[in-house]
Design a protein around this ligand. Structure first.
Ligand SMILES: [Zn+2]
Length: 400
């Protein structure tokens, strides 16, 4: 499975993946999913929001155990973030069939659409739409860097954008959702465990900073006459680092757009996107407020106008204690050891769905902690340990 997925959407120069929503690479991933499901005699369907489901048993029974993740990627993303959860889901089903178990509840494997938000700037679009956390109206306003709207992109890919929206009937089918994911930090590496259970997802959000200055000639405009928005932007990047360090949080300006974007022109606009996350709401509020205050100070001193827009926000997600405890117990029984419980700064579909249904997550060790990069890695033994853990959990939930 890993090899057959390996080449899809892979950029030969960077070695990273460019699997963006509703692109040909995305279609290839979806075809791959369908073929894996059909090879296992599962019933495949795509829901109104473009999420793919592969069913074993009656979808309408109302208490299905669902597992899976996503197949899309960030720009030049790694091979594991998302795909590991989908591949492990199919592999865990194979493992359960090899064990000869009989299913008492329906099982489904899911591939959520547009989890990373690489194209339209909003993460977890598929699960947000399904759970009602993103309305059709708001989704229709999303545009990619080329100005193509989400409905246009869906339509071009052969899907009906008019159908998208809250899908309570779909949610009502799910009794529990367990997402396996490569860890995007080093907690498991430090504790020496191949697999862990998620406790919570940090609250996190994205803010757009527009610094408006005045375009002018880079050679003839005296320094004192400039209103250069790059300067307060640069100062704000440093402020973000400082504020995050103070609060034990993380804050990142990882995307920037410059106008007119000429080597010999003072910019008229520098637009930077802030991604900030912290263990709790209070710390996050303090970090975000501190960065904005610093940005406003610097903007005023440089004669630059600043507008700050919050583009998305996800509150803290505590995974349901009952399901989490059950996972702990099931894995303690099957492995004979206590599996560590850890928090994460990364958002996931499981976090979005946890507001509507019982969800839990398993993490697989990532030796360097690197993610959203071609260097993202998990050792084969650890991936296999993840499959076994997922199979143990699914057997405990769906077969007893
Ligand atoms: Zn992911």
């Amino acid at each position: 499975m890993w090899r057959s997925l390996h080449g899809i959407g892979r950029n030969a120069d960077s070695g990273g993946y460019r699997r963006y929503a509703w692109t040909p690479a995305d279609a290839d991933c979806r075809l791959w999913f369908r073929m894996q499901a059909e090879a296992r005699r599962l019933d495949v369907e795509t829901d109104r929001n473009g999420n793919q489901w592969a069913w074993l048993g009656d979808p309408t029974a109302g208490d299905a155990v669902v597992t899976g993740s996503h197949l899309d990627s960030v720009p030049d993303g790694g091979a594991f973030d998302g795909p590991l959860g989908v591949v492990s889901a199919f592999a865990a089903l194979d493992e359960l069939r090899a064990r000869g178990v009989s299913f008492k509840r329906p099982l489904a494997i899911v591939n959520f659409g547009d989890e990373e938000g690489a194209r339209f700037g909003l993460a977890c679009v598929g699960s947000r739409l399904t759970s009602g956390q993103l309305t059709k109206e708001k989704a229709f306003e999303l545009r990619d860097a080329d100005g193509i709207s989400l409905p246009q992109a869906m339509e071009a890919a052969g899907y009906d954008p008019e159908a998208i929206g809250h899908d309570p009937e779909r949610l009502a089918r799910i009794g529990a959702f367990v997402e396996l994911h490569v860890e995007q930090g080093r907690a498991l590496d430090l504790s020496g465990d191949p697999v862990g259970i998620a406790s919570a997802i940090w609250p996190h959000g994205r803010w757009r900073y527009d610094f408006h200055g005045e375009a002018n000639h880079a050679g003839t405009t005296r320094l004192v006459d400039r209103r250069d928005p790059m300067l307060p932007y640069a100062e704000t990047v440093l402020a973000a680092r400082r504020e995050a360090e103070l609060a034990g949080a993380v804050a990142t300006f990882g995307k920037i757009a410059v106008e007119p974007n000429g080597v010999n022109a003072i910019p008229s606009l520098v637009r930077g996107w802030l991604d900030a996350r912290a263990a709790d709401q209070e710390s996050l509020d303090a970090v975000v407020a501190g960065i904005e205050a610093a940005a406003r100070d610097h903007a005023v001193r440089r004669g630059v106008d600043l507008a700050v827009v919050r583009e998305s926000f996800t509150p803290v997600v505590e995974f349901g204690h009952a399901l989490r405890e059950e996972l702990s117990r099931l894995l303690a029984d099957s492995t004979g050891t206590k599996v560590p419980v850890l928090g994460t700064g990364a958002g996931h579909d499981a976090g979005i769905l946890s507001a509507s249904i019982p969800t839990a997550m398993l993490f697989v060790r990532n030796p360097t902690g690197v993610s959203h990069s071609p260097a993202e890695f998990a050792a084969e033994d650890d991936c296999v340990a993840g499959v076994h853990a997922l199979a143990d959990v699914l057997e405990g939930l769906a077969c007893r």
